[in-house]
Design a binder for this molecule. Sequence first.
Ligand code: UD1
Ligand code: MG
Length: 459
Amino acid sequence: MSAAALILAAGQGTRMRSATPKVLHELCGRPLVLWPVCAAQEAGADRVVVVDAPARALAGVLPEGVELAVQELADGTGGATAAGMAALGDRLDGPVLVIAGDVPLLSARTLAELLDAHARSGAAATMATTVLEDPGGYGRVVRDASGRVLKVVETKSDGDATPAEREIKEVNTGIFAFDAAALRDALPRLRTDNAQGERYLPQVLDLLLADGLTVAAQAIDDHSQVLGVNDRVDLARVRALAQAAIHERHMLAGVTIVDPAATVIDVHVQIGQDTVIEPFTSIRGRTRIGRECAVRCSYLLDCTLEDGVSVGPFAYLRPGTVLRSGAKVGTFVEVKNSDIGARAKVPHLSYIGDADVGEGSNLGAATITANYDGRAKHRTRVGSGAFTGVDTTLVAPVSVGDGAYTGAGSVITEDVPAGALGIARERQRNVEGYAERAREAQHAGEPARAPDARPERQG
Ligand code: UD1
Ligand code: MG
């Protein structure tokens, strides 16, 4: 069904105790505010307006096509709705969804059902409500003897609700469907003579009833969907639920998550069938993982793993990392902005940054790209079928050709041609009889020294 949606997202959210506006706090890799935005879009809202504070902190995160309105004064949810309605314009009629920006678990289906119920009842406003065992600081829904909604009373500060009203367990979820014209007409009449001195959006309900219009309530049984985030305790509670849903989606699609409680997976992550994720792994951002991969105790951010890739234990894959089919990145390996070819291996103790590694190459333990000279980053190119010896430092920009080798302990500063062996280390020299002389010196009470360490030989 076609409808407009307003997401109320202005204000710092003081109980977060944060320099970051509340709705910009992250939930499973997506800012809080984008959760209801996506739900509204998915429910078919043809216009989505997000109400922001004058600093327009949300401008940078809103997807294309989502409009931003500014609430000049932080004067409450009613003021925020008025700012959003002004952006939607006078001519808009039909239903408007108003959604609190701090209710992230709301599903598109719940919104669609709310719109449906609203259309069927013909009410001027339909409020989504739910029953909470511990209703805390939510607004309580007051009904008359016959069960009709009368009003919402706020409980965040003392003075709005009576003790009896505080006992009510049915709460306003902060999600409404309104008839646009009725809402527009009521908003300028909101008062601020309440405990918080704000324009409360739910007071619109009283005004509509006084105008002789109908107000309906739609019960939401799954109250986890309408949990609001007002502080970081709420955020953690909501995160656990969001994370469980993400895990479930992957597991039902054929991904093994050995211990979900010890695995972090962001909302945009994609994982192919028969991939196994072992505990103490975080898969963040827009990471894409193919089929039949194994990821063990590792941290992955914005990287791509093709099929059959093996990662970890204890790898750190940073943005721009691409591991081609069958590649392996092993223990204590960090990779950044690099393309590791099919079946190539970086098995142990390496840092690979800004590099292109060809198919089937093997980077020996402790191969390090020296990619940064203090001013700029430079690329390293390793061909296919190449083999770097243990403890090779590749000083970029530099290349190692197809099938080439580097000697263990080399600091490679010049290109190694295809098929060649690059060695860049001092040649070994053995000091014959050293141990014997050292013993004699110890008897004579002198310190033992290698011949080239004698003071007279130092230049
Ligand atoms: C609000 C409701 C309460 C309901 C609860 C559900 C009011 C007065 N109270 O309380 O009945 O049970 O949500 O979660 O509506 N906002 C603005 N501008 C403002 C103030 C708030 O845009 O001036 C935005 C906030 O960013 C937030 C949303 O509106 O995303 C709700 O505001 P919040 O302060 O969290 O209201 P609650 O106390 O949770
Ligand atoms: Mg809230």
